[in-house]
Design a protein around this ligand. Structure first.
Ligand SMILES: Nc1ncnc2c1ncn2[C@@H]1O[C@H](COP(=O)(O)OP(=O)(O)OP(=O)(O)O)[C@@H](O)[C@H]1O
Length: 620
């Protein structure tokens, strides 16, 4: 017998479970039943697709056995796919998903106390150690001869030995601790199963001893009894009229690992050319792995109630990866191979229709402003990804995304902006950057403020990529105000006069700054600040350049256009005849302070500080 250590991340997870989830210990049963149901799903699929297993006949079921007399042992058994020795080591000794691993590693001390967060990642099998001192897993893989027993106390590691088991499948035997004793009770088990696992697709049988009391003085009789305790109806195939919100919410918990109620659900039955049922949920909180490349897709594919896969990222567009739920098709062949799914026309049509349905439901959510704000707080960013990647639904998505603005508190939409636009206003203006606070104080906003023109504040990294690409909303052009020339359309005659007056000075500054700038121009958008920087029309803005750099992409060496405010005192005091050293220092300072204000780091901070000190000395 060989004793093997848990991998460190398993130890971390075990620590977390025992410290944070204690008050939720009943979920151990949900986790075990869900594992058994997955194992039954997997075997059912293989009997349809794998030549070696096609002959195998089995009636999928899950059994729970109680020891109500002594409250010591609790057993869960299934006749699913089972595990061989290697599977036991890899499944019950490590944590396979790197997303979960990183999540546990990065979890802050505060977050460790939040069982909702931990629940989202699925503590899985290890949750049994909240209620057991020792667990034995006896398993035989379908199609193999040997059975194996995995034993652990959930502390140091585990042992694996050869064992006996009649048929394929897995038996979990838990040796209950003090906390676990309460679960060796028929009513408890029924109630927990109904709560979490009522609608899993396989029957769950409870085995217990029924006690019957006879006449006085007679010994009560005990009869071994078996009862099915779940409805085992695939919930998504039932009629909406028969289901209550509680049914949907409970089912959500069984498929999502989430403790919280979902924010919203959408249940659809399509009949006609294509027949399918879908049940989709929006989690109240965005899944923790939403921005990880190896995120776990939330939608499971079934064909005529048979589980096919939960690992296909193509079932919905990537930007809808926060959606959890089920697609069950009547038209796909049962033995469809997972590899061929992506080219399948039926599935492509279901995906298209489901995307439209989900977007139209999101549109409806807008009628409830509180709910929509919560939705946007969680899912604005993936919707914006959709603007970039889902050309077909671009128009709908443009109505759904939200932005901050200089004109209103909270979130606003393109549509609302357009309704607020003044009669003479030609474009929808926006400013992009990575910090809302910086953007709100940007000198670029000054002229818009003074003319009472609204500007959308786009502080999400993705805005920089997505919004300029949109071009227009309805028939109105979208204009980035941090681009050269964007303020031209709000220029007055007066602005033109001041521009002319500083032409010689501008030429001189351009000569001084040389290659540090692309151009120097008189600004029409500044009131309080002496200068600002903008990107040339075809260049990436400085935030975009920083983002490209962070993503390891080659960044063209872009320099900004410097705009000088002709009406500012510093500028009007400067003339071509100012001492050349001072003019040089001030020219560079006008550029450098503008860069700092927009959050761009200076290439040579020490040169900046020397210049600043020289000018300060003159001023004193
Ligand atoms: N009854 C079972 N039959 C067959 N395999 C099982 C059984 N229980 C667990 N396993 C295997 O052990 C693995 C780990 O299970 P665990 O519950 O810890 O996580 P999970 O089910 O993969 O993830 P999650 O809980 O997030 O859904 C499973 O993926 C599965 O491969």
């Amino acid at each position: 017998m060989s004793h093997q250590q848990f991998k460190t991340e398993v130890n971390d997870l075990l620590q977390l479970i025992t410290h944070s989830l204690y008050s939720h210990s009943e979920i151990f049963l949900r986790e075990l039943v869900s594992n058994s149901s997955d194992a039954l799903d997997k075997l059912k699929y293989l009997t349809l697709t794998d030549e070696k297993l096609k002959e195998l006949e089995f009636t999928p079921q899950i059994d729970i056995e109680l020891d109500e007399e002594n409250h010591k042992i609790f057993t869960v058994r299934d006749n699913g796919i089972g595990m061989n020795k290697e599977d036991l080591v890899s499944s019950l000794g490590t944590i396979a998903r790197s997303g979960t691993k990183n999540f546990i590693k990065n979890l802050s001390e505060e977050a460790k106390k939040d069982s909702n967060l931990i629940g989202q990642f699925g503590v899985g099998f290890y949750s049994v150690f909240m209620i057991a001192d020792k667990a034995e897993v006896i398993s035989k893989k379908a199609g193999e001869d040997k059975a194996w027993k995995w034993t652990s106390d959930g502390k140091t590691g585990f042992d694996i030995t050869e064992a006996e088991r009649d048929t394929h499948g897995t038996t979990i035997i838990l040796h209950l601790n003090e906390n676990g004793k309460e679960y060796d009770n028929r009513w408890q088990v029924e109630q927990i199963t109904k709560k979490y696992s009522n609608h899993i697709a396989f029957p769950i049988y409870l085995h217990y001893e029924k006690t019957e009391y006879g006449k006085e003085g007679e010994e009560p009789t005990k009869t071994p009894t078996v009862e099915q305790i779940n409805s085992a109806s695939a919930l998504w195939r039932r009629s909406k009229n028969d289901l209550k919100p509680e049914d949907y919410n409970e089912f959500y918990k069984t498929i999502s690992n989430d403790f919280q109620e979902p924010m919203h659900y959408i249940h659809t039955r399509a009949e006609g050319q294509l027949e399918y049922n879908t049940l989709f949920y929006f989690p109240t909180k965005a899944p923790m792995d939403m921005f990880q490349a190896d995120y776990q897709p939330g939608v499971k594919l079934y064909v005529k109630r048979v589980f096919i896969t939960d690992d296909d990222k193509e079932l919905l567009p990537t930007y809808l990866r926060f959606v959890k739920g089920i697609i069950d098709s009547e038209d796909l062949p049962l033995n469809v191979s997972r590899e061929l799914l992506q080219k399948n026309k039926v599935l492509a049509n279901i995906k298209k229709a489901s995307t439209k349905k989900i977007l139209s439901e999101i549109k409806k959510l807008q009628n409830n402003s509180e709910k929509y704000t919560s939705f946007i707080e969680e899912y604005n960013r993936p919707l914006k990804e959709g603007l970039y990647s889902d050309f077909e639904n671009k128009e709908s998505l443009m109505e759904l995304v939200r932005f901050k603005s200089t004109a209103v508190e909270g979130w606003t939409s393109f549509k609302e902006y357009k309704e607020r636009m003044g009669e003479d206003q030609k474009s929808i203006y926006f400013i992009t950057g990575d910090n809302e606070g910086f953007l709100r104080n940007s000198p670029l906003l000054e002229v818009y403020k003074s003319k009472n023109i609204e500007v959308l504040i786009m502080a999400d990294e993705i805005d920089e990529v997505v919004i300029p690409m949109l071009g227009k909303y309805d028939d109105v052009e979208l204009k980035a105000i941090n681009k050269a020339g964007s303020a031209d359309e709000i220029k007055s005659d007066d602005d033109k006069k001041s521009e002319d007056s500083i032409k010689p000075l501008i030429e001189k500054i351009k000569e001084i700054l040389g290659e540090s700038v692309k151009d120097v121009v008189a600004s029409t958008r500044l009131t309080d600040s002496p200068s600002c920087v903008v990107a040339d029309e075809n260049d990436p803005t400085s935030q975009m350049a920083q983002m490209m750099k962070a993503m390891g992409q080659p960044v063209p060496d872009v320099v900004p256009v410097l705009e000088i405010n002709p009406k500012h005192e510093i500028v009007s005091k400067l003339t071509v005849d100012t001492n050349i050293d001072t003019l040089t220092d001030v020219s560079f300072l006008l550029l450098e302070q503008a860069l700092l204000v927009e959050g761009t780091p200076l290439k040579d901070p020490s040169a900046f500080s020397k210049r600043l000190n020289r000018v300060l000395k003159l001023a004193l």
